[in-house]
Design a protein around this ligand. Structure first.
Ligand code: HPA
Length: 281
């Protein structure tokens, strides 16, 4: 198996675009653990497994259906990434970042990601949605290390407004319109796959984290480097270790993902409608 290089990724995007008429891509949506994203009113034009797209060894994970769905509505296209690559599965940072980079190469101006996360803020409850306003990269790697940094300018990208303020406002308003409240917060990205110890949870809270998860930050770094605007939504699946008496399990994360699906679906529907409106005016 080959290693992923910028040139190879450009070829992958060219092959995908040659086989699938993406239309004008308005956004890429990424579904995290236990989350399924449906966008009513859009037609499925193609579904391609990640294995068929990405030429590196795959490490499948229960609960993920790893495939890219192309949705179309008239001249517009939406890329829905069902599942992601995680560092804890053994993927490199460049492989983890292949999803946002492919999205960018296919013309997506927006990268909208969802993830499952544990609450560091004890006022949060399972099923709550947090609009990510900033992150802590505690994964010990960076998706831009090496030749990737030179692939796009600037080599040292600014991360001051990594999570787009306008998109965050839209998401908060969308949640209100859908009948629930979402708060903003800081996503602490850790490597995993073990959950945190209670001491680590206290540390992450002290560092300013609102939620903790094992994904997202590499993708956001790569997406910003590609010039995409980013929106990140964390679905709280559990209170982080030490904040409740229950033991943490991957199954719990999956179950809450299923329960909160309608909220997330409502929010994304509104967001996509808003994007369409913006494009049509
Ligand atoms: N910690 C880290 N990642 C997670 C958690 C957690 O508690 N819940 C879901 N993803």
């Amino acid at each position: 198996m080959e290693t992923l290089t910028p040139g190879r990724l450009e070829e992958i995007a060219a092959v995908f675009a040659a086989h699938h008429d993406t239309g004008r891509v308005i956004a890429a949506l990424v579904a995290g653990s236990g989350i399924t994203l449906a966008v009513p009113g859009w037609t499925e034009a193609a579904e391609v497994s990640y294995q068929a797209i990405f030429p590196f060894p795959h490490h499948p994970l229960a609960g993920h259906t790893p495939s890219l769905t192309l949705l179309r509505k008239g001249p517009l296209g939406l890329l829905v990434f069902n599942g992601r690559f995680h560092l804890y599965q053994g993927y490199s940072a460049a492989e983890v970042a292949a999803i946002p980079r492919l999205a960018g190469l296919l013309g997506a101006p927006l990268y909208v990601l969802t993830n499952a996360a544990g609450a560091l803020d004890p006022s949060l409850r399972p099923g709550d949605l947090v609009v990510i306003e900033d992150h802590l990269n505690l994964q010990g790697v960076n998706a831009l290390v090496g030749e990737w940094a030179l692939w796009r300018q600037p080599r040292f990208p600014d991360m001051t407004k990594a999570y787009d303020p306008t998109l965050r406002r839209w998401a908060l308003a969308g949640a209100r319109e859908a009948g629930f409240t979402a708060q903003q917060g800081v996503y602490a990205g850790v490597l995993g796959p073990s959950f945190e110890t209670p001491a680590e949870v206290r540390m992450l809270r002290a560092l300013g984290g609102t939620v903790v998860g094992m994904s997202t930050v590499q993708e956001v770094i790569a997406a910003r480097h590609m010039g995409m605007r980013v929106l990140g939504l964390s679905l709280v699946t559990n209170l982080a270790a030490g904040l409740s008496d229950t033991q943490l399990t991957h199954e719990e994360v999956m179950e809450v993902g299923a329960i909160a699906r309608p909220r997330l679906a409502a929010l994304l529907r509104q967001l996509v409608a808003r994007l369409e409106e913006e494009i049509n005016h």
